[in-house]
Ligand binder design. Structure first.
Ligand code: NI
Length: 255
């Protein structure tokens, strides 16, 4: 039994075969999927997916790429969206200094405001942090995100930074990049992370693991991430699958 803690099935790259792709995931042993949102339209689409599929849960929120478009009205809408039955988190939210699609001041502002919303709702948050470790942690601390906790998705920080992440009540999630040849830092992190704070994900349709790199990603490939963790930690695949599934269920409060 596997839990893909971060997927984007509302993405247009699934427009041709969304139903089949999600069914394929289930048939491959993925018993839970958390669909993370990118913007307001994506948040709406996420709600629809949670209604369509028993095993799909959702997070609503606006990615830093779209931060510049956000308004306070959107925060109010997200609060409404969050009342839907299977919406269990706010995300993905954070900072992306690699692409800088939105001005950094806007990214920071709306990251903080969405953390605030999560605190009001008592929802965990799903953090996107690309080349912005210091500012992400500064905002996490300033906004007291530890009260709700959450997960650093596709964690790209160091082993040293991990201590700060754990102290602030966060899990980390690892995905397909762990299987890449240049994944030295990610392997080191997996060697050191406490097992009760580790989640797995695909971030599909992005970040396809080896040996399928270059193809579209889907949740059935989360198995390859679990297998890699098992190899690194000297555990069985079944143990990794069970532990990471239980961790995600605990974080997102899924019975
Ligand atoms: Ni994502």
């Amino acid at each position: 039994m596997l839990f893909d803690s971060h997927a984007h099935y509302d993405n247009k790259r699934f427009n041709e075969d969304r139903l089949e792709a999600i069914k394929k995931a289930y048939d491959s042993g993925v018993m839970y999927i958390l669909n993370a949102s990118a913007d307001m339209a994506s948040s709406k689409a996420t709600i629809s997916l949670t209604k369509e599929f028993d095993f799909v849960y959702g997070a609503v929120g606006v990615h830093p790429h779209s931060a510049a478009e956000m308004t306070d009205e959107d925060i109010a809408k997200l609060e409404e969206f969050a009342k839907e039955d299977k919406i269990v988190a706010i995300g993905e939210i954070g900072l992306d200094y690699y692409y800088d699609f939105s001005p950094r001041e806007q990214q920071k502002l709306w990251f903080a405001k969405q953390i605030n919303l999560a605190r009001k709702l008592n929802f965990p948050i799903i953090i996107h942090d690309r080349d912005a470790h210091k500012d992400v942690l500064d905002i996490v601390k300033a906004e007291q995100a530890r009260d709700v906790g959450g997960v650093f998705h596709c964690y790209s920080g160091s082993v040293e930074m991990l201590r700060d992440v754990l102290e602030n009540n966060f899990y980390i999630s690892v995905g397909g990049t762990l299987t890449f040849k240049n994944a030295k830092k990610a392997v080191e992190v997996v060697e050191h992370v406490p097992l009760d704070r580790l989640l797995i994900e695909t971030d599909c349709p992005y970040l396809t693991p080896e040996p399928h790199r270059g193809k579209r990603n889907d949740s059935s490939y989360v198995r390859l991430v679990a297998e890699k963790i098992a190899e690194i930690r000297g555990m069985s695949f079944e143990e990794v699958a069970e532990i990471t599934t239980n961790n995600a269920k605990r974080l997102f409060r899924i019975k």
